[in-house]
Design a protein around this ligand. Sequence first.
Ligand code: CUA
Length: 322
Amino acid sequence: MNRSQLPLFPESASSIAPEVDALFYAWTAVSIFFTALIAILILYFIVRYRRKQEDDVGQPERAPVWLEIGWSIIPLVIALAMFAWGTQVFVKIYRPPSDAVVYYGVGKQWMWKFQHPTGQREINTLHVPVGQSIQMKLTSEDVIHSFFVPAFRVKQDALPGRYTSIWFRATKPGTYHLFCAEYCGGEHSKMIGSVIVLEPRDYEAWLAGGQGGQTMTLSGAELFQQLACQTCHGENGSGAGMAGMAARAPRLAGLYNTEVTLADGRKVIADESYIRESILNPMAKVTAGWQPIMPTMQGQVTEEQLTQLIAYVRSLSQQEVK
Ligand code: CUA
């Protein structure tokens, strides 16, 4: 049987994959070493200290101090080294580089819906350019799903009602498996797809050939008008009142990822999850100094439209923090 029929390891196709693999191999090697050491010592002691005569009685043994200290300190150092190494890789996996481009993914029984920053949408297939850092912001329309691309060594749950994020940088063109890695109902096992990594030129061509053609930010700006958000938040979320009247809602420009003080004194960061909640359930976290007068948009916007609105609010901030 050749490797493609029974691969021991998924292909390695992202910048983080070699690091995850190195960690995995090191852990495996350490585990095998100690398993073998213990097994061999057991066998050796069985023979070495076996009962030789009928009336043999065991003698109390005391291990020398250097041995006691050694087998405490050495495993401690190994365990701490593994912890430090693992943490370092973990942090890398979850902290996107500053040049990462944001894509959105929505899980739904039983499919993945993706939205490119340029507006193109896909189902169960995600086209991405090679060499570009991509941050996936994930959410779900119903239950918990999990975005899993083995070749990239990334897996992140998609939770209803909030946004989670994972990033990757594909290192070679190709088609890679995409799985849902969280049991999510009857057709969980069919919730599969592919990530297609293209050369930048091919990706541009793909974008040009697709429908959409309107960026997420622009779609969000249109929705902002349609839902009449500017009536209270001001044109472009400027917070300026309409027609010379006092503004009735907080300024949205510059809001993204900043700290907001709530009416009850709590402080929250205006991240995606906060913005989403404030659109759907405005009474949950009212900003200090403002009347709780915003109507809910529940039922008027889909999860995908919410991501467009959020992309728009994010675009209103000068120094965009990703
Ligand atoms: Cu979605 Cu399993």
